[in-house]
Design a protein around this ligand. Structure first.
Ligand SMILES: NC(=O)c1ccc[n+]([C@@H]2O[C@H](COP(=O)([O-])OP(=O)(O)OC[C@H]3O[C@@H](n4cnc5c(N)ncnc54)[C@H](O)[C@@H]3O)[C@@H](O)[C@H]2O)c1
Length: 246
């Protein structure tokens, strides 16, 4: 039976959208949630604790290696171990490649690709020592198909799939599983960054004919950090209402 009870799970991007919903759902299933974000993480952790579940919230900029080390230290001091990492934090503001500044391209890669790199680099020594660990990286359908006006976003998420697969193969012998979840179009605040009409266009390409819910991504993450998925590694699960299967 799927269980995540008492697993200590670091969740980035826990202040909003998919990360926030994942923090609530995993905590309600018995996980000990370390909620981190540049915004709102402590509030989300407080809400979880008010419901009677275990959580700890802290500010973390995923692009900052020192802050990652600090979160690891505080998590180990408080809970004694780390069992899983869900890299959910991300940004999506993008434009045509001809209009995209070098600085904005670098910022996209910093948050969406370097962030998960730093997170994995931070927790992997613990996972190797304890001979177990789960990593779930949130990618995007934009890594699988060409979508208009998303050059830097697509590159960051495609890079994350390649990086995850490499880490998965490297550390499989240590009983560490690394997988990705690629959402289609999910109803969260990030959609406000889409240029006019783009969300409607995505919806028109989604056979399920609706937006996904943040909880529907959280359930996939829950499976991939549970021990029911111990022989699954290096995979990318599309949760997209059929869009990527067109
Ligand atoms: N919503 C969708 O349709 C969709 C589709 C595909 C992929 N995704 C991915 O899902 C993930 C979550 O997005 P969401 O839809 O919940 O959006 P969201 O904007 O609601 O949440 C993103 C969170 O990431 C945080 N964040 C941004 N930069 C950060 C940084 N440097 N350090 C720490 N936290 C940072 C934000 O503060 C925010 O809380 C993202 O990686 C996004 O690319 C979303």
């Amino acid at each position: 039976m799927t269980t995540i009870k008492d697993k200590v799970v670091i969740i980035t991007g826990a202040g909003s959208g998919i990360g926030e919903e994942t923090a609530h759902i995993l905590a309600a299933d018995g996980a000990i949630v370390v909620a981190v974000d540049i915004n709102n993480a402590e509030t989300v952790a407080d809400e979880i604790k008010e419901k009677g579940y275990e959580a700890f919230g802290a500010t973390l900029d995923v692009t900052n290696a020192e802050q990652w080390e600090d979160i690891k230290k505080r998590t180990l001091e408080k809970y004694g171990r780390i069992d899983a990492l869900a890299n959910i934090a991300g940004i999506s503001t993008d434009t045509y490649i001809t209009d995209l500044s070098e600085q904005d391209f670098e910022q996209m890669l910093n948050v969406n690709l370097k962030g998960p790199f730093l997170g994995m680099k931070t927790v992997l020594p613990e996972f190797i020592a304890q001979k177990s660990g789960k990593i779930v990286n949130i990618t995007s359908l934009a890594a699988h198909i060409g979508i208009t006006q998303l050059p830097s976003y697509s590159a960051s998420k495609g890079g994350l799939i390649a990086l995850s697969r490499q880490v998965a193969v490297e550390y499989a012998e240590h009983n560490i599983q690394v997988n990705c979840v690629s959402p289609g179009v999910i109803e969260t605040p990030i959609l406000a960054n889409n240029p006019a009409g783009v969300t409607d266009m995505h919806l028109a390409n989604t056979p399920a004919n609706r937006l996904g819910k943040p909880a529907e991504i959280a359930y996939a993450i829950r499976f991939l950090i549970s021990n029911d998925s111990d022989f699954i590694t290096g995979q990318t699960l599309k949760v997209d209402g059929g869009w990527g299967s067109h």
